[in-house]
Design a protein around this ligand. Structure first.
Ligand SMILES: NC(=O)C1=CN([C@@H]2O[C@H](COP(=O)(O)OP(=O)(O)OC[C@H]3O[C@@H](n4cnc5c(N)ncnc54)[C@H](O)[C@@H]3O)[C@@H](O)[C@H]2O)C=CC1
Ligand SMILES: [Mg+2]
Ligand SMILES: [Zn+2]
Length: 289
């Protein structure tokens, strides 16, 4: 699956060839370099990965320099400089959401892992239990407290997503943060003590006042904004009238397939979930004719 439209996707090293790993120092100048200045990914003019050594000569020693895995056996290195670092010449800073589809697809997803590793490191500098400054473990992504021994691993926040069908129509909603005209499937974070299914029933009732049944698994996706794990389902409508949750849901409507609104970006599992469900509903309608 490669949505890259204007760069060379290295099919010989597909994302499936990536194996996560961790070492608290990389310093391998031949490694594939996923470099961030603050929230933004540094790429060269043709949206390829930069050379670590050149960046370090320009920006000085990075705040983070970790091995984060191997792509087809090639080491993958995270370099991180804080936002205050001046932008280096000859490289372009990219917002991660915006660069999808314009860089090697596998490198995009490895860069999202790198971003989450940088977030983990910077948000666990002090022990959440006793306040002592933490230290990075040598061979696993953990910041360890030397005083109480607590190990702080990268945070992953499970979030459900559910697309509700009712005959030939789909329920799509929009948050106030969405760009104008865009609608998506419902989503919500799994709360402590909930199963995914509990969250779906709760979030659908909270966000649009409806009941659902026949939950079916679709797929999952790491979503590094900042550390969500999307767990996507479809469900059938099982009663209720649409009542939008104030502040969370600006609008929610039933849409027939011939009247779909603007949909989420191509990188999102929301887009894949909606397109796959529409295709299945169109196939079912063709059989019924
Ligand atoms: N990849 C995709 O296709 C999509 C991804 N998403 C992501 O799903 C996640 C959940 O979506 P929302 O509708 O915003 O969630 P939501 O419906 O649970 O409401 C968000 C609220 O949850 C609380 N919150 C924030 N971070 C949290 C955490 N880690 N754990 C528990 N509660 C938290 C905050 O009060 C926030 O206002 C977000 O990260 C969003 O970016 C949402 C739609 C599409
Ligand atoms: Mg939500
Ligand atoms: Zn501690």
């Amino acid at each position: 699956m490669n949505f890259c439209r204007d760069c060379a996707y290295d099919e010989s090293m597909p994302l499936s060839s990536f194996v996560p790993a961790f070492a608290s120092r990389c310093a391998d100048d031949q490694a594939r370099c996923y470099a961030f200045v603050g929230e933004e990914l540094l790429l060269d003019d043709s949206r390829g990965l930069p050379r670590a050594q050149v960046l370090i000569e320009q920006l000085g020693s990075p705040e983070l320099d970790y091995l984060i895995g191997h792509r087809a056996g090639e080491p993958c290195r995270l370099l991180f400089w804080p936002q205050t670092t001046q932008a280096p010449s000859g490289w372009v800073n990219h917002n991660l959401r915006a660069i999808y589809g314009h860089m090697d697809e596998a490198d995009f997803w490895i860069a999202t892992r790198a971003k989450q590793m940088a977030t983990w490191d910077r948000e666990h500098r002090f022990c959440g239990v006793c306040g002592t400054k933490t230290e990075v473990a040598a061979h696993e992504p953990a910041r360890v407290c030397p005083a109480c021994g607590y190990r702080h691993y990268p945070r992953v926040s499970p979030a459900i997503m559910v697309l509700i069908r009712d005959g030939d129509r789909l329920l799509l909603a929009r948050s106030p943060h969405f760009k104008p005209g865009m609608y998506s499937a419902l989503a919500g974070f799994v709360e402590a003590g909930e199963s995914c299914e509990d969250t779906i029933h709760r979030e659908v009732m909270e966000e649009v006042g409806l009941r659902v049944k026949n939950l079916q698994w679709f797929d999952s996706q790491s979503w590094p904004f900042p550390h969500s794990l999307m767990l996507a389902f479809t469900a059938d409508y099982d009663g209720g009238e649409i009542v939008c949750q104030p502040d969370e849901i600006e609008d929610a409507q039933w849409f027939t397939l011939d009247r779909l609104p603007d949909l989420p970006m191509r990188a999102s599992i929301a887009r894949r979930l909606i397109e796959a469900t529409v295709a299945r509903m169109q196939a079912d309608a063709a059989i019924d004719q």
